[in-house]
Design a binder for this molecule. Structure first.
Ligand SMILES: *[C@@H]1O[C@H](CO)[C@@H](O)[C@H](O)[C@H]1NC(C)=O
Ligand SMILES: *[C@@H]1O[C@H](CO)[C@@H](O)[C@H](O)[C@H]1NC(C)=O
Ligand SMILES: *[C@@H]1O[C@H](CO)[C@@H](O)[C@H](O)[C@H]1NC(C)=O
Ligand SMILES: *[C@@H]1O[C@H](CO)[C@@H](O)[C@H](O)[C@H]1NC(C)=O
Ligand SMILES: *[C@@H]1O[C@H](CO)[C@@H](O)[C@H](O)[C@H]1NC(C)=O
Length: 441
């Protein structure tokens, strides 16, 4: 049994639902306001008054001085004012709940060892492989992590077909938008797709916030846009960004909008960048660089709502939107092996306890994401990778990747101390995320 299965709404009547919704909205906002004051050192004095602002989707001159970059600073930082995003749910073309056309939930299942059909490509033959993800090349000798197939309980996922995928992409632009996890999925997609292209008919632009793979044969592109916080931020340069002070414009996605609008199929993710402590908010009507500070979950909620507003009010309804849910981390082996002290390092097999859930998948974040995506309904297809990836403690690079900084002797003596238990080896888990994406396209 899944412990965290989606709850059915107990009120079928429209009136009750909308009443319930109002009550829930109030409760929800109250509880998320309270979150801000969870820090025991900070005595709650007064609750900020909630005010609502519409996201700022108005066109902006391209090089306006207000565009955030890595040099942006806050002139001052004060407490969160309680401002929230009011997004335009009424603009949704289709208001009905997400209808489950599937006979079964493809996200509920188990991993099956299958060295006949997996891996779907070879690590060394993929020209787009990243040194962060090429685990075999960097010394991983146990290769079982490449051989697992995701098997839903009551049905099968559509079998991956590279020719069928190219048919779907013909004449189109597919764009992945998000952080390094999403970039891993994009690389996996290139590795899956490149076998059906010829060398002289494909090209890739140099690394930039937007990286574009082009296939002349299919007149199609597969792109990746670095936007780890979805909305405009000071971290929108994939290489030169600052991690210590994250500043976002919670009400504006404008910096990315021009690029997003060119795509036909958009695949978004966002999660881990919100999990590094408080975030600074610089609202777009600010003139003096006065920031507010808010916890990551609260800030992520503002960003998700601004994004949802952009999807409903600005994006051509013919364009497909998919959202990939949280990618779990495996930082504490005691969660699957009580009493142990390590992390994903030296793990060689998936977790086989059905419904296993670890602290790398934050439940309050999941509930917030569920709520925003729930309101978007069928406009956005959810690729719910969280539970299936949660089982794959064996799928991370750990020490088998390129590290940018030189490792110290004491680190080398204790491999778990520098293991990467966040990203995923390729071939591996993200290939299955793409198989699911293919299933839903
Ligand atoms: C697949 O795995 C089985 C069981 O581990 C093994 O006997 C077999 O040789 C493997 N086949 C290939 C092609 O690797
Ligand atoms: C390529 O695709 C674009 C749409 O993305 C279309 O406008 C154009 O006509 C196509 N070109 C050819 C040669 O098919
Ligand atoms: C929207 O953002 C632009 C650019 O930062 C700014 O000039 C404008 O005042 C903002 N509008 C509102 C209503 O906040
Ligand atoms: C910070 O304050 C100074 C002095 O008041 C001002 O010149 C500057 O533009 C402000 N910074 C921002 C980002 O608004
Ligand atoms: C994703 O799946 C989990 C169960 O694994 C469920 O609790 C959650 O509500 C799902 N999220 C979305 C957005 O569908």
């Amino acid at each position: 049994m899944h412990r965290w299965s989606r709850k059915k709404s107990p009120f079928p009547l429209v009136a009750l639902v909308s009443l319930g919704f109002i009550v829930c909205t109030i409760l929800y906002h109250e509880s998320s306001i309270r979150q801000i004051y969870r820090d025991p050192d900070q005595v709650p004095q007064k609750q900020p008054k909630i005010t609502y602002v519409r996201p700022n989707q108005s066109a902006r001159r391209s090089k306006a001085p207000g565009v955030l970059d890595r040099f942006s600073r806050c002139n001052s930082t004060r407490e969160y004012s309680g401002r929230k995003i009011r997004w335009d749910e009424a603009a949704l073309v289709s208001r009905q709940r997400r209808v489950d056309l599937e006979r079964c939930n493809v996200f509920s299942g188990r991993w099956v060892f299958d060295n006949m059909s997996f891996p779907m490509y070879s690590e060394s033959e993929c020209p787009y492989m990243s040194d962060q993800l090429a685990c075999h090349k960097h010394g991983r000798s146990d290769l079982d992590y490449q051989y697992w197939r995701w098997q839903p309980h009551h049905c099968n996922i559509k079998r991956w077909s590279v020719t069928e995928m190219w048919d779907k992409l013909r004449g189109k632009r597919l764009m992945f938008v998000g952080d390094s996890l999403n970039r891993g999925q994009w690389i996996s997609m290139l590795c899956l797709l490149h076998s059906a292209t010829s060398k002289d008919k494909r090209s890739i632009t140099p690394n930039a916030p937007l990286t574009i793979f082009t296939s002349e044969e299919y007149n199609a592109t597969v792109e990746f846009l670095w936007a780890p916080l979805l909305v405009e931020s000071n971290s929108d340069d994939p290489v030169n960004h600052r991690l210590d002070e994250r500043i976002i414009r919670p009400d504006s996605i404008l910096k990315h909008a021009a690029q997003l609008e060119h795509a036909d199929i958009l695949v978004f993710n966002t999660y881990l960048w919100w999990r590094q402590g408080p975030v600074k908010l610089l609202w777009s009507d600010d003139r003096n660089g006065d920031c507010e500070e808010l916890d990551g979950l609260g800030a992520m909620e503002l960003a998700m709502e601004t994004w949802a507003d952009w999807v409903t009010t600005k994006l051509d309804p013919r364009k497909k939107v998919l959202f990939v849910t949280m990618s779990p981390t495996h930082l504490w082996s005691q969660e699957w092996k009580p009493g142990s002290e390590g992390n994903c390092y030296s793990e060689r097999a998936p977790i086989d306890v059905e419904g296993h859930w670890g602290t790398g998948s934050d439940l309050p974040t999941m509930r917030m994401v569920d709520q925003v995506l729930g309101k978007l309904g069928p406009r956005v297809s959810v690729v719910n990778i969280t539970q299936l990836s949660e089982y794959r403690k064996d799928g991370h690079p750990s020490i088998y990747r390129k590290f940018w900084e030189t490792l110290k002797p004491e680190q080398l003596a204790n491999p778990a101390s520098y293991s990467d238990c966040i990203h995923w080896c390729l071939p591996g888990v993200p290939d299955v995320w793409n198989q699911l994406l293919f299933h839903f396209l």
